[in-house]
Design a protein around this ligand. Structure first.
Ligand code: FMN
Length: 254
């Protein structure tokens, strides 16, 4: 809280609180002591964070982070679109999500968003970047499904789009929903998405109702760490960049 308060006193425009996992089982839990948004009982504690950010004039955003391939930290498995093996042994063995589990997970994201708004946050951010669950669906590297949640770009992005739409329904159209996406995946040499496909997911997010796209640092922020720097990145180099189209756009790339 003290650290957040120092940041909010700098005059920051948007402050995003650390990602909270949305599900009761802890499949989304990516690290010990991660925040949870899986129960109404956490609303009062989160309200203290929201109140402090709001008091200092920033837009307060609560991130919802389902770990996917990196999740299940206290379980003996993690969930993914398909059971693509881990490349790093310390992560949990993956289990393919059934369609009913996908629908449940969409609802859990919407309920988590509702709790964040009830706690006093202005909006929420979902995590379709790095190697978290939503990006596991987006990525050709981890999504080997052949049903309507796999194969084409449109099908791979369906889960993300459904999460955005369910959140919008749960919290209303006037509350910002930010989608954090990979600007580049840097896994294309290993069967992952190309930069052009990454751009397609941004367009899909916008179409589904996203108010803002957040990109992690432009050389990519992926796991396992890339073995090369991006030579094909369509984004400017340097520190974190964002394409902002809030309230409507896209207007600029920084
Ligand atoms: C300790 C730590 C925790 C982080 N937690 C999150 C997180 O919950 N959600 C997120 O989107 N990024 C998270 N990040 C990534 C940062 O948002 C940022 O992308 C990264 O630190 C690189 O930016 P920088 O060079 O400005 O630090 C975290 C980074 C660090 C070092």
């Amino acid at each position: 809280m003290a650290r957040m308060e120092v940041i909010s006193l700098t005059g920051c425009g948007i402050i995003t609180n650390q990602g909270a996992y949305p599900d009761r089982k802890g499949e989304g839990k990516a690290y010990l002591r991660q925040l949870a948004l899986n129960d109404d009982r956490y609303i009062p504690s989160l309200a203290k964070v929201a109140e402090m950010i709001n008091r200092h004039g920033a837009v307060s955003i609560q991130q919802i982070l389902h770990g996917g391939r990196y999740g299940g930290i206290e379980l003996d498995y993690c969930v993914q679109p398909s059971s693509k093996k881990q490349t790093l042994k310390h992560f949990r063995p993956p289990k393919e999500m059934a369609k009913a589990e996908i629908q449940q997970c969409v609802n859990e994201h919407a309920q988590a968003a509702r709790r964040a708004i009830e706690a006093g946050f202005h909006g929420v951010e979902i995590t379709s970047f790095m190697g978290y669950l939503l990006s596991n669906f987006n990525s050709k590297f981890t999504n080997l499904r052949t049903d309507e949640y796999g194969d084409s770009v449109e099908n791979r992005g369906r889960f993300m789009a459904e999460v955005i739409q369910a959140i919008k329904e749960a919290i209303g159209d006037d509350k910002p929903v930010i989608v954090r996406l990979n600007g580049v995946e840097l896994m294309d040499e290993y069967g992952g998405n190309t930069p052009e496909e990454c751009l397609e997911f941004m367009k899909m997010a916008e179409k589904a109702g996203a108010d803002c796209i957040s990109l992690p640092p432009t050389t990519g922020f992926t796991w396992p760490p890339p073995r090369r720097k991006s030579s094909t990145s369509p984004w400017p180099s340097g520190r974190a960049s964002a394409i902002r189209f809030w309230p409507s756009g896209p207007s600029e790339t920084e």
